[in-house]
Design a protein around this ligand. Structure first.
Ligand SMILES: [Zn+2]
Length: 308
C-alpha cells in the first residue's frame, strides 16, 4: 500500500483508523506552556471589574488544562452581552494573547456599556502543542454542533448558553498561518483518506462573516480601522481570499452555523471571525495582538454608534 506522499502518517486513499490517530497524538510535542504563558496572565486579570470563572477542564489532563472565562462583574440585564472567544484553534497565538490584551487594556472602559465575557483560550492542548486539532484529531472549529465530538467546543457552548441575556455581538479571534498549508491541510487530507490539493495562504488580515447574517457595514467598518494596524489580505486573481469570493476588501462569508464554526454558536445579531496573518515579514507578534484588539474595539464602537 502506498504511503501518503504529502503526510508521514497513514496510507494513500484510506481514512485514519484509531491506530493512525494515536500515532498522530504520540508524535505531537508540547512546545509551550499554557499554565505559564496563558493561565498566569488570565489569573492576574481577575479584578474588581472582571470575575474569573473556571468553566470546565479538558479530561485528557484536567490539572494542566483548566478552561477559563472572564466575565463583567457588574452584570446588568439592561446592557447587551458581548462575547469574545480566542484559541478555538490553540496554535493561533494572537487569538489567545489578543483576547488577553483586550482584557488588560480597553475591556474595562467598554464594560460601562456592555456585559463582556471573554473565553481567551478554548483549546489549551492545541495551544501547547501548536495544533489545530484537539488530542483526538478533531477540529474544534468544525464542532460547534449539538452532541459535539470536541470537548473544547462543548464546554464553551455549555458555558455560553447559561449566560444571562441575549448575546448581541460575538467576535471569534483566529489566524491563518503558513503552517495551515505546510502541516494542517495535508494532515486533514491524510486523516480523511483524500488527496491533498495545495492552496495559497492570503498575505494579510481578513474577516469571515456569516453568509446567513452578513452585517456588511459592520464587517467593512472593522476592516477600515484594522488596516491602520496591519495590512489587509488582497484578493487573488479569481477575486477570492482562501477559496471564497471576497465580497469587499478583506471580507469573505461562510455559512458559519452549518459548518459548526465557533462564530455560529449564538444567535448574536453581529458576528465575525478575525483572521490575522502572523507569518508576514511586515507583521510582528505585537502587530498581530494589536490587530485583534483593534478589531474588537471597532466592533464595540460600531455597536455604540448604531444603538437600536
Ligand atoms: Zn483558526
Amino acid at each position: 500500500m502506498p504511503e501518503n506522499a504529502f503526510y508521514p502518517i497513514g496510507t494513500a486513499g484510506i481514512a485514519w483508523s484509531k491506530e493512525e490517530k494515536q500515532q498522530w497524538l504520540k508524535a505531537a510535542t508540547k512546545s509551550r506552556s499554557y499554565l505559564d504563558d496563558v493561565v498566569t496572565k488570565i489569573q492576574s486579570l481577575s479584578s474588581e471589574h472582571f470575575d474569573l470563572i473556571r468553566y470546565a477542564a479538558l479530561s485528557i489532563d484536567p490539572n494542566s488544562y483548566p478552561l477559563f472565562a472572564l466575565k463583567s462583574q457588574h452584570w446588568n440585564k439592561n446592557k447587551p452581552v458581548v462575547l469574545v472567544t480566542g484559541g478555538v484553534h490553540g496554535y493561533e497565538t494572537s487569538g489567545v494573547h489578543g483576547a488577553i490584551q483586550f482584557l488588560q487594556t480597553s475591556a474595562e472602559r467598554y464594560s460601562q456599556d456592555f456585559n463582556i465575557v471573554v473565553l481567551p483560550c478554548i483549546s489549551p492542548w492545541g495551544y501547547e502543542h501548536i495544533a489545530r486539532w484537539n488530542p483526538y484529531t478533531v477540529d474544534p472549529n468544525r464542532s460547534f454542533v449539538s452532541n459535539s465530538p470536541s470537548q473544547e467546543a462543548a464546554n464553551a457552548m455549555d458555558f455560553v448558553k447559561d449566560l444571562e441575556g441575549e448575546v448581541l455581538l460575538h467576535i471569534d479571534l483566529h489566524e491563518t498561518t503558513d503552517t495551515d498549508e505546510s502541516e494542517f491541510r495535508p494532515a486533514l487530507s491524510a486523516r480523511d483518506g483524500e488527496q491533498y490539493i495545495a492552496g495559497a495562504i492570503p498575505d494579510g488580515f481578513y474577516l469571515v462573516g456569516d453568509s446567513d447574517n452578513k452585517c456588511v457595514d459592520f464587517q467593512n467598518a472593522i476592516i477600515e480601522v484594522v488596516k491602520q494596524v496591519t495590512h489587509i489580505a488582497p484578493m487573488d486573481d479569481k477575486g477570492e481570499i482562501i477559496g471564497s469570493k471576497a465580497e469587499a476588501e478583506g471580507v469573505i462569508y461562510y455559512a458559519v452555523k452549518q459548518l459548526g464554526l465557533c462564530a455560529g454558536m449564538t444567535n448574536a445579531k453581529y458576528t465575525t471571525t478575525t483572521e490575522v496573518y502572523p507569518d508576514s515579514e511586515h507583521a510582528t507578534a505585537d502587530d498581530c495582538n494589536n490587530a485583534q484588539v483593534v478589531a474588537i474595539e471597532t466592533a464595540l464602537d460600531y455597536l455604540l454608534k448604531n444603538k437600536p
